[in-house]
Write a protein that binds this ligand. Sequence first.
Ligand code: 1HE
Length: 257
Amino acid sequence: MTQKDVQLEIRGPVAVVRLSRPAKRNALSDGVILALRGIFETLPDTVRAAVLDGEGEHFCAGLDLSELKERDAGQGLHHSRMWHAALERVQYGPVPVVAALHGAVVGGGLELASACHIRVADESTFYALPEGSRGIFVGGGGAVRIPRLIGAARMTDMMLTGRVYNAADGERAGFAQYLVPQGQGFDKAFELATRVAENAPLTNYALMHALPRIAEQPADQGFMTEALMAAIAQSAPEAKSRVKAFLDGKAAKVKKA
Ligand code: 1HE
């Protein structure tokens, strides 16, 4: 299936979703945001993981500023909520999403990347929140998700001063879990997604849907939610067969890193 400006390609158990407006540096128009929402709401059942990539030299230049027309407060509220709904389908959708970051990961592009589960950056990647300089504020969930990656102090500094993080500093700050040589981001992201797709679906579900909520709960409630999720996961036939395979010497051991 190909939608305008966003492409979906199914490669076995992995869906490759690609922002495809390279002439506009993959800026996120309303159409792109709605297409992303539609894609993550309707992935085929055979898909077990996804890669989110951007065509061209840049992952994403953020909000399409040409659409930023004068809105009254109510329209602005609904526009932001439309982004929230779409990015929630990425974060709390059916499968884990690995982002392949390169070039500009800025503004709404960084908000979109933050909704993914694993971020792989190549050495060309840079991160910024130009909203601060454009007289606006984040509106795509960035105020919630970005401090959880890098801390509120770093985000405040980025927005107040226009600070740009390069790929190496960005990885140390917590934007990305992987840093690879330039041009190798997609291959690494695809390799990781293929690995993620092999997990028991209930394990991936627990990591996507239970873990972030447990992490936000008071410890006492978190322990209870964890126990419930653990009990459900280990009761699945797939968990029993995987544990038996290890005990029978038929499953891989954990290797020293
Ligand atoms: C755009 C956009 C865009 C590029 N909306 N059209 N985001 C920003 O403030 C970032 C704005 N963009 C940039 O700083 C740069 O474009 C980049 C660093 C990303 C890339 O630079 P470069 O030299 O490769 O490309 P360029 O020449 O700046 O842009 C190429 C074209 O893309 C050009 O259009 P053209 O018709 O003159 O060819 C640009 O106008 C266009 N373009 N970025 C619209 N963002 C939910 S709230 C989220 C709030 C935000 O995300 S605010 C931050 C917006």
